[in-house]
Design a protein around this ligand. Structure first.
Ligand SMILES: Nc1ncnc2c1ncn2[C@@H]1O[C@H](COP(=O)(O)OP(=O)(O)OP(=O)(O)O)[C@@H](O)[C@H]1O
Length: 640
């Protein structure tokens, strides 16, 4: 079965199959009741046309029946609509929830699956999901229109088969027209959608980088680019709308032509007394409703390839081992009550198998020209990526990964933690093979403070906990280890201070230490910290390592540390230093051993000694560096 068909079938069962079925069953009378309306109209006009002295009472009674039929239809329509909305929201929510679940928790790194812009990802979550749900919903409309058309054609054929046959011609024309123009409408629709996503993505990027735009004096250029993108989007949207409206107008005109044809053909039949005024009223009333069938069938036919594209695009966001079944997995939607509490830190995966040793062998990551995993000769020559790197970290040890800018330090820790896809290599935890490090090396086994810190526009406390149960003692310890407690004490609302969009109300150093504290709150077996030095001065970083090392010794903090750093405070404290050079291990050992044997380590050490001496010298005008707790050189260009 094709993925789109499978998905549509599974969507009918979302939020409980009866809900879709009840909606569909309610929709049936909504589609079929116009039959009764037509019959009542026929009776009204026949009585009037018969000149049999119809009383006002009679006419009013028939009119009341007609109004009653329409009122009942309206009422059922409202109920069906409410049911349909409930199902619609449930279906959309389930698809989106499954996508997010896959991106956030499924096996394998999500980085390669995400499109380049967040706007494009959002467009997929919004538009592609709607396309699929709409197609599923259209099945109900098509079934209703088919039911009505079959019954109406039977009634009409019984009155006058010739006029009925002639009426069919314009209906078939609508179907053919829809089929011919379908490709064009679809192309225009797709283009409008792509250009819409481009504008959304650009606005998102511009908001995120207001400071960068201002400091680069690029406001006008950004506005001009936005205008150009908007013009392209507007033109595409107008064309898309025009094509859809033209198709709708052609359908409407065809209906009017049908009614004209019925009038022409019925004139002579009426003269012969074979066709009544009531029949005419019935035919003209049914003609409009009959147009729904070719229109719905045409729109469904055009949605089928759109749904195939949507499933394919959504499939690319899912993990490679997942398919349409996982995308439509009914994982529960709670509209009327709160969802059950999620599993929290109490599950403690790391405690069952506490770290003794973690080992990586032959880790290789090949970066291509654009995306991971497409390694080529050029990248290899330039040393991009990792080439058969090994690493062994024992419980209670302090390991530092160091190397020049771009030597592969971040790639190594991210490969170890399953955050970039491996081209080769194995990872073991206490000698056991780790099949998917991305889902295995998570709290409480391992926690990671990345090089580019990420805070959310919430309070500092919420940023540290990220959904974990509040534990003030643990937060207090984490703040102290991250050397952030004095900063928090000075904040207007302490831990409840709202940090602003992506933490812009904090200094660069505070943001970075807050992300380190977030990792520490998780009390992991293995703490991985990627280069704090970009936002911390020498003294603050030294203090931080002193505190973390002391906590490791007395057991109050994480015992095993894997740190990316070029700072002397970290290197001097390390049990093991791994030196990387263009993605390969250039040396491994204690600092003393490496200074004796490894030229790359000596070069890095000399450079760092010079830099730190400069940083600790008395302040000079334009000196690079700030006091304790302040940012060293980081300007968060992403902030506003
Ligand atoms: N996603 C990616 N796609 C392509 N190339 C990448 C990607 N990530 C990193 N690289 C390249 O791989 C090399 C190593 O990058 P990495 O971030 O690991 O270096 P690093 O040693 O941590 O550098 P720094 O000290 O500047 O943080 C660089 O040449 C970088 O351009």
């Amino acid at each position: 079965m094709r993925p789109a068909t499978l998905l549509v079938l599974r969507l009918t069962r979302i939020a409980g199959f009866p809900r879709y079925l009840i909606g569909a069953l309610l929709w049936a009378p909504v589609s079929v009741l116009p039959l009764a309306g037509g019959l009542v109209l026929q009776a009204i006009f026949d009585r009037i046309g018969a000149h049999r002295g119809v009383t006002l009472e009679d006419s009013l009674r028939l009119c009341a029946v007609f109004v009653g039929v329409e009122a009942v239809r309206g009422l059922i329509m409202v109920i069906a609509w409410v049911y349909g909305t409930y199902w619609w929201d449930a279906a959309v929510t389930v698809l989106r929830a499954n996508l997010l679940r896959s991106i956030l928790t499924a096996r394998g790194p999500a980085a390669r699956r995400l499109p380049h812009s967040s706007g494009e990802a959002m467009a997929r979550l919004r538009d592609d999901v709607s396309d699929l749900v709409q197609l599923t919903d259209d099945i109900v409309s098509l079934a209703g229109a088919t039911l009505f058309s079959v019954a109406a054609l039977v009634v009409m054929a019984a009155i006058d088969p010739v006029v009925t046959l002639v009426l069919l011609v314009p209906m078939i024309t609508i179907g053919v027209l829809n089929r011919i123009l379908r490709g064009l409408v679809q192309r225009l629709h797709r283009r409008a959608r792509v250009l819409g996503a481009v504008v959304t993505a650009f606005i998102g990027d511009a908001f995120a980088g207001v400071l960068a735009i201002k400091t680069a004096g690029a406001e006008d250029a950004v506005l001009e680019r936005l205008r150009a993108q908007n013009r392209a989007r507007r033109d595409a949207a107008v064309k898309d709308r025009l094509a859809t409206d033209m198709l709708d107008t052609a359908t409407g005109t065809t209906v009017e032509i049908s009614i004209g044809l019925v009038l022409l053909l019925s004139a002579s039949a009426m003269r012969r007394g074979e066709f009544t005024v009531g029949d005419l009223a019935l035919f003209t009333s049914y003609a409009g409703w009959l147009a729904a069938l070719p229109r719905t069938a045409g729109s469904m036919l055009s949605r089928l390839p759109q749904a195939a594209v949507a499933v394919e695009r959504l499939g690319r966001l899912m993990a490679p081992h997942e398919d349409a079944r996982d995308l439509s997995r009914a994982s529960g939607v709670w509209f009327k009550r709160n969802p059950p509490a999620t599993a929290t830190a109490t599950s403690s995966p790391g405690r069952d198998d506490a770290l003794r040793v973690i080992e990586a062998r032959g880790l290789s990551v090949h970066f291509g020209t654009g995306r991971e995993g497409q390694g080529n000769g050029d990248a290899r020559a330039r040393g991009q990526g990792l080439y058969a790197v090994g690493l062994r970290v024992e419980r209670g040890s302090f390991t530092v990964i160091t190397g020049a800018v771009g030597s592969g330090k971040t790639t190594l820790v991210r490969a170890l933690l399953g955050l970039v896809p491996l081209d080769a290599g194995t990872i073991t935890w206490n000698g056991r093979h780790v099949e998917d490090p991305g889902t295995f090396l998570v709290p409480d086994r391992a926690a990671y403070a990345g090089q580019v810190p990420r805070l959310f526009s919430e309070s500092l406390r919420e940023n540290l906990l990220l959904g974990r149960p509040a534990d003030d003692e643990r937060i207090g310890l984490a703040l102290e280890l991250a050397a952030l407690e004095q900063d928090v004490a000075g904040m207007p609302d302490g831990l409840d201070t709202v940090v602003g969009p992506r933490g812009v109300r904090l200094s660069g150093g505070q943001v970075q230490r807050a992300t380190a504290a977030r990792a520490l709150v998780r009390a992991p077996d293995l703490l991985v910290v990627d280069d704090l030095s970009s936002a911390l001065d020498v003294a603050t970083e030294k203090l931080l390592w002193e505190r973390i090392a002391a906590a490791a010794r007395d057991g109050s903090g994480p015992g095993t540390l894997l740190v990316v750093s070029h700072r002397r405070a970290a290197l001097e404290r390390a049990d093991q230093v791994v030196v990387l050079d263009r993605g390969r291990v250039a040396g491994r050992g204690t600092l003393g051993e490496l200074l004796a044997d490894c030229p790359e380590m000596r070069r890095l050490w000399d450079e760092e000694s010079l830099a730190e001496a400069g940083e600790q010298a008395p302040p000079r005008p334009l000196a690079r560096g700030a006091g304790r707790g302040g940012p060293r050189s980081r300007i968060d260009e992403g902030g506003s």
